[in-house]
Design a protein around this ligand. Structure first.
Ligand code: DAT
Ligand code: MG
Length: 150
């Protein structure tokens, strides 16, 4: 494992259902470190760019409509194995299949309204972090607990 950074979005359903705090709590509780955070409205261009791997899928238009429908919270998350760890905490894509105890398993409703996005791998994480955060917006800092979490 190595120290790495990943992009998380708390999607419009998470923001509107008042779940921002709960989602962040689950990520933070594992020891992962927030190095960037903001509430933003995603426009169509950013949404299409972000989800370009899905552009030929039948659900693409609906996915873009959904993610642009209301603000999201963008988080840059750093830590040991942060990409896989975040995906594990999230649970699988369809909340009907996600285990209890995962964010999607506990809060998600449908494959679209599944609360959270997390980068799938190192390449995606690098690309997606750049879409949402400038270098200056990613803040490196030491915490006293880092000796226990890294
Ligand atoms: P994940 O978000 O777990 O990485 P993904 O990359 O396959 O999943 O898909 C991105 C998002 O697209 C997903 O969070 C919800 C939506 N989506 C995926 N499959 C879908 C489907 N069959 N119908 C509707 N929306 C879907
Ligand atoms: Mg994905």
């Amino acid at each position: 494992m190595s120290n790495e950074s990943t992009l998380v979005l708390i999607k419009p359903d998470g923001v509107n259902r008042g779940l921002i705090g709960k989602v962040i709590d689950r990520l933070e509780s594992t020891g992962l470190k927030i190095i960037g955070m903001k509430l933003i409205s995603i426009d169509e261009e950013l949404a299409s760019n972000h989800y370009s791997e899905h552009k030929d899928k039948p659900f693409f238009a609906s996915l873009v409509d959904f993610i642009t429908s209301s603000p999201v919270v963008a988080l840059a998350i750093n830590g040991e194995g942060a990409i896989q760890k975040t995906r594990t905490i999230m649970g699988v894509t369809n909340p009907l299949d996600s285990s209890p105890g995962t964010i999607r398993g506990d809060f998600g409703l449908t494959v679209e309204k599944n609360i959270i996005h997390g980068s799938a791998n190192e390449e995606d994480a690098k690309r997606e972090l750049k879409l949402y955060f400038s270098d200056e917006e990613l803040i490196r800092y030491e915490r006293s607990i880092d000796i226990w979490t890294e």
